[in-house]
Write a protein that binds this ligand. Sequence first.
Ligand code: PBG
Length: 308
Amino acid sequence: MKHLRIATRKSALALWQAEHVAARLRAVHSDLEVELVPMTTRGDQVLDRPLSEIGGKGLFLKELEVAMLEHRADIAVHSLKDVPMELEPGFAIGAVLERADAADAFVSNTVERLDQLPEGARVGTSSLRRQAQLRSLRPDLSLLDLRGNVNTRLARLDDGHYDAIILACAGLERLGLGERIRSRLVAPDWIPAVAQGAIAIEQRVADVGVAALVGVLDDAGTRRCVESERAMNRRLHGSCNVPVAGYCVETESGLVLYGLVGDAGSGDLVRAEVEWSGREGGLALGEQVAELLLERGAAEILGRLSPA
Ligand SMILES: NCc1[nH]cc(CCC(=O)O)c1CC(=O)O
């Protein structure tokens, strides 16, 4: 194939990620023409209701998948953390790029760290995972909804609606906004979203030519880690709008996976951490951490319908 079309959302972050994949593909395949096909998804349009109400994160993928089915695009580039645990039939992840900083960022115009916020300070995030961890560390804070793309969220902070917000370091850095990061929230104290910081290439499963082209961008270490995180998430629920966090890193001798389930209302958290010897068996590691979380009360937490 000489020509490859990349379906992407139109947010600045999505376009950066699609451009990044395009540049990497052009660099390895010198005769390949790569073109972006930007499109708006339902997830981008509906900003006034929680994602869980309008159908979950899969909404960010649907239009891109339709474009691939109709052969208006060959691949789609996503933040892997926005990709549901089960893909639609006929689609596969052709490559997972080397992970960027997976940590969440504490962003504020007044203080450097979460523990420096004054009592009752207003923190903006619509993520139940971030709300649960904030509630647990700082029960006094006032947690407020905040959706929209990265630039919208920063603008709302700068307008004074919040004293601080939480964003992914990776997104800020990709947009050249790394200087907005006041401090990084790091494991094991704070766990990021499953697959945070990893970019995935989605393709039609039967497209072996495309698989060969994009497969060269796959990073084996990142894929092992995110597959273990996603196996944990899959075992826990199947949907993407519950307060679950997971982070796997490679150690000298194997893998370690941190898992967390929390209640955004009460700040109750359940944690598990398993060290795994060897680099294989990441799926079993994910399932083991999920089982531990369930034994420790995750099922009860996930069963509560806590208003966020
Ligand atoms: N929720 C949207 C989203 N999806 C991926 C990223 C960041 C980039 C990444 O994780 O690779 C973000 C922004 C954020 O959470 O701050």
